[in-house]
Ligand binder design. Structure first.
Ligand code: C5P
Length: 405
């Protein structure tokens, strides 16, 4: 877990003092913590002690314009590998189960794209009340992880389940959560392609394209966060592999195809790579030199294998095969034609000419896409690539939920 980070939400409860120790225990294991202290939490521990232990600014539940300009609540919610709520109060559990966003902590919990681990702490009768039972069941169904509560004597003098798990038990649960078990796609194998391919002309020159790989990396990240065993076959890009994702680096389209076939069978395949359609017919072994007569070498191209179409017609075809269609005109018509020709189940289509702000989609942070499935076409608003990934994975999860029931 070294090098990972946790966003710790400290709710209001006497057990909040144990969260200070939790921060230390995590730090001992090389895990960085950033904290949100709810208004009620601040009645039990001070922002100063949390800041001293985390070595970071503490975010409070009161909306502060300074906080928002330094780091917006959405960004804060995505800034860590895991969100831990300790103590998780009946209030915080109820808000998340009901989809309420009335303060920084609940807004962050709703907005996060990371897993959530809750360490509940409350009075026995509260924990056993039908409404808290409902919240806990809803949250568990939504993929929220729980540690505790433990049984024992409580600060209020009653006995039973309600004591917050001990810091070391929470640390063990954090370690488990980093392994991304129990997500909605737990037990599924996912294959994602991303980035451009490079097709060599000689040892120093190649043909490539402007794909940054950002969309595909975000999809692999979101699939892994949902629990899928995820392999990312990536052309040359300069972004780091997401955690929990196995990265296979390739250069050419032919390498990419071989790497993908080696990963079959897979349940889900999302082909977001911008694979070069053609490659130079021969890649020279040594650098092509200018000749004395200034003759310009002719470039002859041959067709590359189509990875999506090959997987679409493969005897080990993935159960759900998603292709991308980057178009500059007639986006939907071309995408539907591609879906049929390549035997893809779904197509994510986008216009790559430029978005509203004039930023290029290739290399940019945002994307505006249409999702074309077997039965429907949806147009999504312009959003961050990570959000496109999250929504796509939600659809994938839903698809498997429906087809398995
Ligand atoms: O035909 P076009 O390149 O627009 O198709 C895009 C879709 O096909 C993407 O999903 C892309 O990853 C995939 N593709 C592929 N192999 C190719 C060309 C495209 O897998 N050689």
């Amino acid at each position: 877990m070294r090098g990972k980070s946790v966003l710790l939400i400290i709710g209001g409860g006497i057990a909040a003092y144990k969260s200070l120790d939790l921060i230390r225990r995590l730090a001992e294991r090389g895990v960085k913590t950033r904290a949100i202290l709810t208004r009620a939490g601040a009645e039990f521990v001070t922002p100063l002690s949390v800041a001293a232990l985390t070595g970071e600014k503490v975010y409070s539940d009161l909306f502060s314009l300074t906080d928002e300009s330094e780091m917006g609540h959405i960004e804060l919610s995505r800034s860590a590998d895991l969100v831990v709520v300790a103590p998780a109060t009946a209030d915080l559990m109820g808000k998340l189960a009901g989809g309420l966003a009335s303060d920084l902590a609940s807004t962050t919990l709703l907005a996060t794209d990371k897993r959530i681990l809750m360490a509940p702490a409350m009075n026995v009768r509260m924990w056993q009340s039908p409404s808290v039972r409902r919240s806990a069941e809803t949250l568990a169904r939504d993929g929220v992880l729980f540690v505790g509560p433990n049984e024992g004597e409580m600060a209020c003098g009653e006995f039973g389940p309600g004591r917050m798990a001990e810091p070391l038990e929470i640390v063990a649960a954090v370690e488990q959560a980093f392994k991304v078990r129990g997500g909605p796609l737990d037990g599924f194998k996912a294959l994602v392609t991303a980035g451009p391919t490079q097709e060599p002309l000689d040892p120093v020159r190649f043909i490539a394209n402007r794909s940054s790989g950002k969309q595909g990396y975000a999809i692999a990240d979101a699939l892994a966060a949902a629990g899928a065993d995820t392999v990312l076959v990536s052309g040359p890009v300069d972004i780091a592999a997401p955690s929990h994702v196995r990265l296979v680096k390739v250069t050419t389209a032919r390498d990419m195809l071989a790497a993908c076939e080696a990963e079959l069978p897979a349940d889900i395949a999302v082909m977001s790579a911008a694979v070069a359609d053609w490659r130079p017919d021969i890649a020279a072994d040594s650098k092509i030199k200018k000749d004395a007569d200034h003759r310009i070498p002719a470039l002859r191209l041959v067709e590359n294998p189509d990875i999506l179409a090959t997987l679409g017609h493969h005897k080990k075809r993935p159960r759900l095969l998603v292709g991308f269609a980057a178009e500059t005109d007639d986006v939907l018509a071309h995408a539907v034609a591609k879906q049929k020709r390549k035997n893809a189940d779904w197509i994510v289509a986008n216009d790559v000419s430029a978005n509203g702000s004039g930023e290029s989609v290739m290399g940019g942070e945002r994307n505006q896409v249409h999702l074309i499935t077997a039965t429907a076409q949806e147009s999504w608003p312009d959003m961050k690539k990570a959000e496109v990934a999250r929504r796509l994975v939600q659809h994938i999860t839903q698809h498997f939920r429906e087809t398995s029931s």
